[in-house]
Design a protein around this ligand. Structure first.
Ligand code: ADE
Length: 230
């Protein structure tokens, strides 16, 4: 089993990289692919950069060049909905690209035109293992539901209300949907695990800086537990 682990930013992977026995690195498309072991499992850890294009390129490289058997995307996200707070975890069971819009042709917002699916579904076994990995996670809540992605940092209360109403989303971020899209096209199992850093509202950028470290610690702990379960 060769596990691909993708995060958008160095900070999101820093703690995990410290836990890894590094064997080698390879550079491609401006990204550093770190190969090694965590809990004796083969992992490739890579920072893809921010946004959907970077994330899709990275995912395709993991599939084509490094033969990953599954992909886990970790990082932070903006929480949507009243009961989700910074530090909480959202495990995606499906993802949608919220900024895809061909409604002018009669498509639903978020639908990638002419694709045979509206949402990109995470692998059920990986979702279960992610949930199991949260087992002893006491101080924060764990949710399973839809995560939406777009090339926008959401810091607007009206926009989060819209994401809630339009998509029933629990969290928003900027990569998961395109990792899911790429993995779907390549038939590779994937899951997205995000820890909430802000509530995507008007104070989002300030909360983000404040809560990012705890959110990252939480998602790293869960990921480490999960690697043991795979
Ligand atoms: N990642 C963390 N918080 C976010 C937000 N509010 N919008 C988009 N991506 C995020």
């Amino acid at each position: 089993m060769n596990i691909g682990i993708v995060g958008a930013m160095d900070e999101e992977l820093e703690l995990l990289l410290k836990k890894m026995e590094l064997e080698k690195t390879e550079h491609k498309a401006g990204m550093i692919f770190n190969f090694g072991k965590i809990s004796n499992k083969n992992v490739v850890i890579v920072r893809c950069g921010i946004g959907k294009v970077n994330a899709a390129i990275c995912t395709q490289i993991l599939v084509d060049d490094f033969n990953v058997d599954c992909i886990i995307n970790v990082g932070v996200a903006g929480g949507i909905g009243k009961n989700i707070y910074p530090g909480d975890i959202v495990i995606a069971d499906n993802l949608v690209e919220h900024d895809m819009d061909t409604t002018a042709f009669g498509d639903k917002r978020g639908q990638v035109p002419r694709m045979d699916t509206f949402d990109f579904k995470c692998n059920e076994t990986l979702v279960k293992k992610a949930k199991e990995a949260c087992g002893n996670f006491k101080d924060h809540s764990v949710f399973i539901g839809r995560i939406v992605s777009g090339d926008q940092f959401i810091a607007d209360i009206d926009k989060i209300r819209w994401l809630d109403k339009e998509f029933g989303a629990m969290a928003c971020e900027m990569e998961g949907g395109s990792i899911a899209h790429t993995a779907y096209l390549n038939k590779i199992p994937f899951v997205v695990i995000r820890s909430i850093s802000d509530n995507a509202n008007n104070g989002a950028s300030m909360d983000y800086e404040k809560f990012k470290p705890i959110a990252i610690k939480n998602s790293t702990d869960i990921l480490e537990n999960m690697i043991n379960l795979i």
